[in-house]
Each structure stands twice: as structure tokens, then as C-alpha cells.
Design a protein around this ligand. Structure first.
Ligand code: SF4
Length: 271
């Protein structure tokens, strides 16, 4: 089966690289895709389906959609599209939207609570559908924006993992679009004629101002330095831990010197 376009070929290469480098999908996996109906999750299911048909290993896909209960959410478009393309799909109707309204006061940003509630629902669904992996549609722009958000506003140097085992060890979350740019995911969902379904959440489009600022900053820098996103992405896989200040990463100099002394005293085994 040939790729349908240059864009699909490029995205397929990037996703295959992520899968092999981070061990994201293995023989026999049942991969559950968190399908919101946004461009990123559509791009994810489309490219995984293309790769599944060509892969030297056997794995299956199942889409799940979490309906947060907002009025006007067009989940039928998602079910209809999946049915037309032969993709197994489960819709889970929840009251996440209502719960957020009840718990949070009006001035608070709902997104982190929403993410936690949706993550809990995804874990429950993964068990229900017998999934061995949970695939999320985060792309390269999400990784580097999260890196800068944590650096600028949270005092920590971290982004997101491409593969994460849940705290209880029961679930494995994977992000196969780690190397794919947001613009590529958008163009691919459009070229694949997949219907973008808005989440209908009142906070949607008014996401954290800090994230919007970081997006603008990267876009500004990109004008002068077109390769800046790739450089930041490469940096995430090229950490010089001894050139940071976290003592947990760099044992005290005395300890290192002691270890070196011990090693120099250890006789070299003779044959
Ligand atoms: S915009 Fe709405 S749906 Fe999206 S993460 Fe925030 S609260 Fe949840």
C-alpha cells in the first residue's frame, strides 16, 4: 500500500521513528486512541491506521471519545466518520463539564482539572476495551510549548514523555506524534477529509494566556530562525545533565572522586 501524498510520507516517517526509538507499539498491541474530534487526534488515528496496514508487526486500533456533556457537541460526526472508515469507536458520555463547573470558581482555569478527569476516564475505558496502550495526539509543538511553560513559569525543566507508564503500573500512555509539527497534523487531517469537531467547552479558544504567549514567542523567533522548533525538539533528546544544577542528577564531586579512586584500585582481571 503506497502513501497517498508527500505529506503522508513525511508524517509516516516521523511517527515510525518515534515508535521505534521509544518502543511505543509492539507485536499484539491493542492501541486505544483518545479521539476528541480535533485535528490532532484525527491525524493520529489516520496515520496509525495507514502504518498498521504496512507494519511488519500485528496490532489493532480502537478509538474512544469522551463526551464531556457540553451542549451542541457533535459526537455523531465522530461515530459516523469512524463507521465509514471501518474504525472501531466507543463513545463515553460523561458529566465532566458539569463537575468542573461545580468544583471550580469562575476565575480558575479549568484545563488542568479537566485533563485529570479525562485521564481518569481514559484509564477506566482502557481497561473496559482491553487496550494495552493509550495513544494521545500531542504533537511536537505541544512538547516544546510545555517545555517553555515549565521553564518560564513553573521553575522546572521538563516537557512530556513519549511513553509513560501510569503510577499504578497498569497503563502505558504513548504520544506517537512527538516529531510531527502542529501545522503538519492540521494539514493532514484536512487532506484526509476528517471533520473537525469543536469540544463546545466555554473555555475553549481562551486557553491559558501563558500558552498563547509562548506560542507567539516561538512564532516570532521562527521568523529569524526557521529551524528553531527542530532545535528545541532535538534538545529534549540531548540533555547534558551534569551541566544543570539539579544535585539529584549529578553526584557530589567528592563521591565521584571516591568512586574514581575505588576503580583505580580495582585489579584488572587476568585471563
Ligand atoms: S478548553 Fe475545555 S475541554 Fe479543553 S482542556 Fe480546557 S476545560 Fe477541557
Amino acid at each position: 500500500m503506497a502513501y497517498t501524498s508527500e505529506l503522508e510520507t513525511r508524517i509516516a516517517k516521523k511517527v515510525t521513528k518515534a515508535i521505534t526509538e521509544h518502543g511505543l507499539i509492539e507485536e499484539g498491541d491493542r492501541v486505544m486512541i483518545a479521539l476528541s474530534g480535533g485535528k490532532d487526534s484525527w491525524a493520529l488515528i489516520q496515520i496509525l491506521d495507514v502504518l498498521r496496514r504496512r507494519a511488519p508487526i500485528a496490532f489493532t486500533l480502537v478509538a474512544v471519545n469522551i463526551d464531556s456533556g457540553y451542549e451542541g457537541y457533535e459526537h455523531e460526526k465522530i461515530t459516523a466518520t469512524c463507521a465509514a472508515r471501518g474504525w472501531e469507536c466507543h463513545i463515553e458520555h460523561t458529566t465532566i463539564g458539569e463537575t468542573i463547573e461545580d468544583i471550580l470558581d469562575e476565575s480558575a482555569t479549568p484545563c488542568s482539572l479537566c485533563a485529570r478527569l479525562r485521564r481518569g476516564a481514559l484509564y477506566r475505558l482502557a481497561t473496559k476495551v482491553g487496550a494495552t496502550k493509550i495513544a494521545l495526539g500531542h504533537h511536537a509543538d505541544d512538547f516544546i510549548e510545555t517545555l517553555l511553560l515549565n521553564l518560564f513559569f513553573q521553575g522546572s525543566l521538563k516537557a512530556m514523555p513519549a511513553r509513560l507508564v501510569s503510577d499504578n503500573g497498569e497503563h502505558v500512555v504513548i504520544r506517537p506524534l512527538v516529531n510531527v509539527l502542529e501545522s503538519e497534523a492540521r494539514a493532514y487531517a484536512k487532506a484526509s477529509a476528517l471533520p473537525i469537531v469543536g469540544c463546545c467547552c466555554p473555555a475553549c479558544g481562551d486557553l491559558s494566556l501563558q500558552r498563547q504567549r509562548v506560542k507567539r514567542l516561538i512564532a516570532e523567533l521562527q521568523v529569524e530562525h526557521p529551524d528553531i522548533k527542530n532545535s528545541m525538539l532535538r534538545a529534549l533528546g540531548n540533555v547534558a545533565s551534569r551541566h544543570l544544577l539539579d544535585k539529584r542528577l549529578d553526584p557530589l564531586p567528592e563521591l565521584r572522586a571516591a568512586a574514581a579512586r575505588v576503580l583505580s584500585l580495582t585489579p584488572v582481571p587476568t585471563r
